[in-house]
Write a protein that binds this ligand. Structure first.
Ligand code: UTP
Length: 307
């Protein structure tokens, strides 16, 4: 098939300072939503989109991530001896085929663009995906699969986008798009974290990309931009000015910013409610909490519940 995408880069070298002190010794990507770490959601989404080669850009202190994708022979034999087949089945989702995972190190945290650039020698001359695991997207058709399907027609480069509140533009990369009301839009420009009064739209770039290898060549010469970091959006913007081949997909689904505490808690609630084993009990508890919030706020037990 033309425009096939088989490699994905997972930049996971950030400090995750918004989750300190937890992230002092646990990579942010290992924080669980119910029982699966964020990185597992990203891997499952990539697999569903046909990705076969997984490239992690890591840094010091991220060895828990590497261990997570390794076999755990002692644990596996203990579970097998105790007849815990259902737990062994759960462990299976962490299995990666030999030679399908590569780790490259980002020695200095110089920004997302730099992290992606660190994987350049593993990409070669083909389009690749970038997935930021802290953006968790709950969707019937996984977001990257939606993008790969759209990309099969458009080619070029593709970013995932969603509308944000106009006053929130300064927290995102924001798109300037051509006319059109369909899910796929042509991108005329992108600005990193603009103030609402100068933002070209309220369409934000979310952590999913399909990129041409030429983006890596641009990154060779991109200097630090917004926030003193080497920005991936600056390299994609160069594709627009040179080749006008960048598209945005308004994906169907709900995105949770699990890099922020509030987004992480919202995702925990959403996935907790969807869990076949926990959902009913957890939902009943949440209903109780919400009811307590609207009742007498001076009741000590209720105040304790909402705290
Ligand atoms: P963030 O902006 O969320 O930074 O990075 P962070 O360090 O992970 O978290 P905070 O802001 O300190 O809480 C977005 C993505 O880019 C990766 C991060 O790992 C995350 O997946 N990243 C960022 C790198 O891999 N290297 C960098 O130099 C910067």
């Amino acid at each position: 098939m033309q425009n096939k995408v088989t490699k994905a880069i997972f930049p996971v070298a950030g400090f995750g300072t918004r989750f300190l002190p937890a992230t002092k010794s646990i990579p942010k990507e290992m924080l669980p939503l119910v029982d699966r770490p964020l990185i597992q959601y990203a891997i499952d989404e990539a697999r569903a989109a046909g990705i076969t080669d997984f490239i992690f850009v890591t840094s010091r202190g991220k060895s828990a991530l590497e261990d997570y994708f390794d076999r755990a022979p002692e644990l596996e034999s203990a579970l097998a001896e105790n007849g815990k087949q259902h737990l062994l089945d759960r462990l299976k989702q962490t299995e990666m085929g030999s030679g399908t995972v590569a780790y490259v190190r980002q020695h200095e945290r110089l920004g997302l663009g730099h992290a992606v650039w660190c994987a350049r020698h593993l990409i070669g001359n083909e389009a690749f995906a970038v997935i930021l695991p802290d953006d968790v997207i709950d969707a019937e058709t996984p977001c990257l699969k939606q993008m790969v399907d759209a990309y099969a027609t458009t080619g070029g480069n593709m970013v995932a986008t969603m509308e944000v509140a106009p006053e929130a533009t300064s927290a995102y990369g924001i798109l300037d798009v051509g006319p059109g009301s369909g899910p796929t839009l042509s991108v005329r420009g992108m600005v990193e974290k603009p103030k609402p009064e100068v933002a070209p739209s309220n369409l934000a770039i979310i952590g999913r990309y399909i990129l041409r290898p030429s983006v890596l060549t641009h990154l060779d010469s991109i200097k630090a931009g917004a926030g003193g970091e080497i920005q991936l959006t600056d390299a994609i913007a160069r594709e627009i000015s040179e080749k006008d081949n960048v598209h945005a997909l308004r994906f169907r689904g709900k995105r949770y910013d699990c890099g922020s505490k509030s987004g992480y808690l919202q995702a925990t609630v959403a996935f907790g409610l969807q869990d076949p084993e926990l959902g009913d009990e957890f939902g009943a508890y949440l209903a109780e909490v919400m009811a307590a919030r609207t009742d007498d706020p001076t009741d000590a037990r209720q105040v304790q519940l909402v705290r």
